[in-house]
Write a new protein. Structure first.
Length: 278
């Protein structure tokens, strides 16, 4: 064997050592808690596939019924978790069911633990937002929904769900103008979504109701501070047959249109509804 052959053999040996060393480093790289959890779950699903599959089908049938039996559905969730304590989708279903049963605090504590395992999972973040919304923790719910919106493509269902949730949170915390503005931003993307459309209409109606209440309180305050005077019969008849607040309501809707909170078509439609009352 020549010198060059010996040098080549030595280089090959060193190369093998390097490759083997890289393999060892890769194999000893610590896995995340989520990866370890998913591996454990995969083993459990493989081991108890028939039982888990049967329970999953039963849950689907329960959810399709009009008279959704929460207790029966919850029982299926717990049975699956007996076979596979780390089952991801079952845990999400469990949280939703607990919220529907008025046990949001219990769902919250379990979801906090799940977030520690899956700190960057949008499905878990969305579920936490739903739980917070059900407990009326609107600001934190909005923060979690916004986190999902920023990470998920706008065309995916999870993104739309988060947008609907944020809109409802804004409405429920009585930030009606904020809800209208957010719906206006999202409706060009989701123009056929009835949830956002209806929520915008409800927010406009809530603003109108607040304005009417404010005006009524002003009139009451004014009447309390003004001596009573006899009302002419003609004026009494006029007040009985007309709604004196309609011009003011139209004016307020016009201001909303000028601010860009409602479209021209929405303004015309609301104006026509009011005019029919005259």
């Amino acid at each position: 064997m020549g010198l060059l052959d010996k040098i080549g053999d030595k280089l090959s040996e060193k190369l093998d050592d390097v490759l083997n060393s890289d393999t060892q480093v890769q194999s000893t790289t610590p896995k995340t808690l989520a990866e370890l959890t998913d591996e454990e779950s995969a083993k459990n699903i493989k081991k108890y596939y028939d039982e888990i599959d049967s329970l999953g089908k039963k849950m689907s049938k329960i959810s399709e019924k009009e008279d959704f039996d929460e207790h029966e559905y919850l029982e299926c969730c717990f049975k699956i978790l007996e076979f596979d304590p780390q089952n991801f989708n079952t845990k999400l279903s469990l949280f939703s069911t607990l919220c529907r049963m008025g046990e949001a605090d219990r769902a919250y504590s379990m979801c906090v633990s799940m977030i520690e395992t899956y700190p960057n999972n949008s499905h878990v973040d969305s579920k936490m937002a739903d739980i917070l919304l059900s407990t009326k923790d609107y600001d934190n719910a909005i923060a979690y929904y916004e986190k999902v919106i920023q990470k998920i493509p706008r065309t995916e269902y999870l993104s739309l769900h988060a947008k609907q949730g944020k809109a409802y949170a804004l409405f429920d915390k009585e930030d009606y103008y904020g809800a209208i503005q957010f719906c206006d931003e999202q409706l060009p993307i989701h123009e056929n979504d009835t949830s956002l459309t209806n929520l915008k209409i409800e927010a406009l109606e809530a603003i109108q109701a607040l304005n009417d209440k404010e005006k009524s309180n002003e009139q009451i305050q004014k009447s309390n501070n003004t001596p009573e005077q006899p009302i002419p019969e003609s004026s009494q008849q006029q007040s009985d047959t007309s709604d004196v607040s309609i011009p003011d309501q139209i004016s307020k809707f016009a201001k909303l249109k000028e601010q860009g909170l409602i479209s021209d078509e929405e303004f015309i439609e609301m104006k026509q509804k009011l005019m029919k009352k005259i």
